[in-house]
Design a protein around this ligand. Sequence first.
Ligand code: ATP
Length: 313
Amino acid sequence: MSQGAEPRGVTVRVPGKINLELVVGPLREDGYHELATVFHTVGIYDYVTAIESDRWSVQVSGATAEGVPGNSTNLAIKAAKALARRYGVEGAVALGIEKNIPVAGGMAGGSADAAAALVACDALWDLQLTRDELEPIAAGLGSDVPFLLHGGTAIGSGRGERLAPVLARGELHWVLWVSNKPGLSTPQVYAECDRLRAAAGVQVADPVPSGDLVAALRTMDTDAVGAALHNDLQEAACSLYPVLDDVLEAGLELGAQGAIVSGSGPTVAFLVGTQAAAIDLSVGLAARGPDGDIRRATGPVAGAQVVQSIVPP
Ligand code: ATP
């Protein structure tokens, strides 16, 4: 960093994701499950700022900062270091993360911050990499990180890191119920899914996405998308977090056209047809309970994007 000059910095905005469909296949030898999923970004954002510095650091603030590590285990700092290693960048960054995405909520907040750190450091270090060029590093950091580089709506296969875009015209209105108690650990929910399947003697087939959801997304027909929402981890999440059954029932009784636990939970996403219906449902859910934070968002939205750059040309 040059002495006396204002430090160079880049801020990136990144959304959270929900899974419109999550089909969990067999457990692989590497410990991951083979998946077929439909990722969908929603407009709840973290902001990650990377500032030139002599040493690596990360500071976390914002509405959902609690429980997010402010040290080298933070996925965003791991991402920045991985990029520096891969491209031989010397020097370091001070990262600032403003968190709004629920933590351990099944919305991939940590992965989102990692994707944002890659995009921010790419701009700060003038590497000029494309999203496709950032993808291998992203995939090494976590299964959901490549998707958050792109955003939108996409089919994920493998452990979720292999992506194919889905044609989804228009926007969907979501009401999110976010637990105000500690979230669910993703490995724990997968283990519970395996346990429930073994107890029921289920033969696990190779995962295939349903044609119904992809067809419904083409026209963004809310009833059809609502009917096609599906998550193989939902039963396991509800088994570990029984209040989710009441949340799902409450939203459907209040008129949601679809309801799904997002990823490994415990965030629950309700689909409605209009912004007015989203306001009605959020008011109804807040009044009726179960207790939780109610957020509204539309999707799909773009993945990690630079929103501010203090880098001399
Ligand atoms: P996923 O949907 O990808 O399984 P999640 O949304 O359930 O993940 P995250 O919010 O990504 O969960 O966080 C999981 C854990 O990762 C947290 O409990 C936290 O300890 C750790 N973590 C590391 N870095 C971050 C970060 N930048 N933001 C949030 N959590 C982080």
